[in-house]
Design a protein around this ligand. Sequence first.
Ligand SMILES: N[C@@H](CCC(=O)N[C@@H](CS)C(=O)NCC(=O)O)C(=O)O
Length: 214
Amino acid sequence: MLTVYGRATSSNVQAVMWTIAELGLEYERLDYGHKFGGNKTPEFLAMNPNGLVPVVVDGDGPPLFESGAIVRYLSARYGKDPFWPADPAARVVQDVWAEWSKTTLFPALMGQVFGPMVRYRPEERDNKSIGAGVEALKPLARMLDKRLAAAPYIGGEALSFADVFIGHLLYRYYTLEIDRAETPVLDAYYDLLKQRPAYREHVMVSYDSLRPDT
Ligand SMILES: N[C@@H](CCC(=O)N[C@@H](CS)C(=O)NCC(=O)O)C(=O)O
């Protein structure tokens, strides 16, 4: 039994929850973070000294933090090939995209565009910086468009852990009111993800409660 500490509106919690649901694992999710609080108490900081969600406890194992590490752990421990390719040589071809998502796509989308647009009132926003962020997203979206032209998912014909890293960001990417690059293949990939019940339940979660004055 997994215990997940983290609010459903957190994109990093969503990556973990989507993985859990795709793998059909039993879990309990507890609302921590943002308006729920609870993530700066001594007890929580003993689990994650960063005071951030998600934290996951698997049975009597230690508390785990960093969503990317958690997704990889769950996939390796409970996932089967092709969700978690057994062959390291096959896995790393997908993992480069997972890592790219964490180190390149995530900060570009979440740090430069989503956060500033959603968490600030219109009059408080730095529109020049947001505009630059929107432009910076275009080549990244085109990279994914090119990558996905070869096969429907990041790893080929079936969903894998790498799709979680990429795909959990796309709900935010496609629902923000921004100018997007023309990426018909990426659009079709997002449509495919939206057909998955686990994606709809755990990723397509309204983020309106993150806005100020809500
Ligand atoms: N690198 C960490 C980042 C975790 C993180 O930034 N979590 C955010 C939510 S997405 C958080 O805890 N924010 C404070 C809060 O919700 O109170 C991870 O991937 O797990």
